[in-house]
Design a protein around this ligand. Structure first.
Ligand SMILES: NC(=O)c1ccc[n+]([C@@H]2O[C@H](COP(=O)([O-])OP(=O)(O)OC[C@H]3O[C@@H](n4cnc5c(N)ncnc54)[C@H](O)[C@@H]3O)[C@@H](O)[C@H]2O)c1
Length: 322
């Protein structure tokens, strides 16, 4: 079978690393576009064809990469992903997450409209769940806060380009992804694990009651792979899927699971309750991808957290040095 020339943006991120591995293992030529930053690539287990250090806010860089390497598939994972960073820097968030996405769509439209584009959207794109049990793919996107709006806006813009210019686009709205290799040490699961390793009580910024779906990173990689394959072999130009799990937990639940697994239940968390700008309740319905692509999550939360604890116990000292 002919190899694809695949560009992965944000390839050193939590999702990017195992996705790159999967794409390389399936004999594709993988190109990675990453922002100039730390030496994050030390965590890549297999070498991609090329690592390009650059910023996708610059459209010229994107066009050059696509043309030079005859890219025919793009996984656009790169984004400002931290909700707190977005609250502090809404402009940078929108320039990166919205304009960055538009830069790809415009480049594809102008260079080769057959390029497959997979966009990382999020459950946050839907906004708050009010009086409903879960979100389905045809629900409206009604976000409020900066990160969430950057995802809804880009998601809608991707749909617009697909419907208007017949671009092949896959949109994946996933719940909270977790697992080994997450370098965002301020995300809930890494932060709790590290504070527990250091015997500190975890400080919960919010009320601790907000509910989220948690889905293990390798399960998400499988979903992305299936969506890409589906788009390749389908006459349909636009595919949108929720990707999640049945593990809908509060912050307090997650802290308890981690403390139990680490045998440190005495480190009861401190609830600060001083963060108001976040959604109370999110839950994704993922029956569409289950039915159409035969995808479902395989790793349950206890096993996933166990793997994460093992990884951070081994690596946290090096991570904190950076
Ligand atoms: N992690 C989650 O819980 C979650 C949930 C739903 C959706 N998503 C989305 O999935 C995607 C991947 O998430 P992740 O957790 O792997 O993110 P991550 O924060 O681990 O990685 C994102 C990467 O993007 C890179 N990047 C940011 N701006 C860039 C720019 N201008 N140019 C080039 N590279 C840039 C960063 O350097 C980083 O390595 C993101 O788009 C995120 O919004 C994540």
């Amino acid at each position: 079978m002919k190899k694809d020339n695949i560009l992965v943006t944000g390839g050193f991120g939590l999702l990017g690393k195992p996705l790159i591995l999967k794409l390389i293992e399936n004999k594709n030529n993988v190109y990675v576009l990453e922002k100039k930053s730390t030496n994050r690539k030390i965590f890549l287990k297999k070498k991609p064809k090329k690592i390009i250090i650059g910023d996708f806010r610059n459209k010229k860089i994107i066009q050059k990469i696509i043309k030079k390497n005859k890219i025919n598939v793009i996984f656009h994972l790169g984004a400002i992903t931290q909700v707190l960073d977005s609250l502090k820097n809404p402009l940078e968030t929108h320039e990166t997450n919205i304009m960055g996405t538009i830069n790809f769509l415009e480049s594809i439209r102008k260079i080769n409209s057959k390029i497959i584009f997979i966009y990382s959207s999020s459950d946050k794109a839907y906004g708050e769940l009010n009086n409903r049990s879960d979100y389905k793919e045809d629900d409206k996107l009604e976000a409020t806060y900066p990160y969430d709006v950057s995802k809804s806006a880009s998601d809608i813009i991707c749909q617009s380009y697909s419907k208007t210019y017949s671009l092949k686009i896959g949109i994946i709205r996933s719940g909270n992804i977790y697992g080994p290799g997450d370098l965002n040490l301020k995300r809930l699961i890494p932060e709790v694990i590290i504070s527990t390793i250091e015997n500190n009580k975890f400080k919960i910024r919010s009320s601790g009651k907000s509910l989220r779906d948690y889905v293990y990173v390798d399960d998400v990689v499988e979903a992305y792979y299936k969506v890409y394959k589906k788009l390749k072999n389908s006459k349909n130009n636009l595919k949108i899927y929720n990707v999640s799990s049945k593990f809908n937990y509060s912050v307090i639940d997650i802290v308890k699971i981690i403390l139990k697994k680490m045998n440190k239940e005495n480190l009861k968390p401190i609830v600060k309750n001083n963060s108001r700008q976040e959604l109370n309740f999110q839950r994704l319905n993922y029956s569409k991808i289950k039915k159409e692509l035969k995808w479902q999550p395989k790793i349950d939360i206890k096993r996933g957290i166990e793997r994460s604890i093992i990884w951070y116990t081994k690596n946290y000292k090096n991570l904190k040095k950076k």
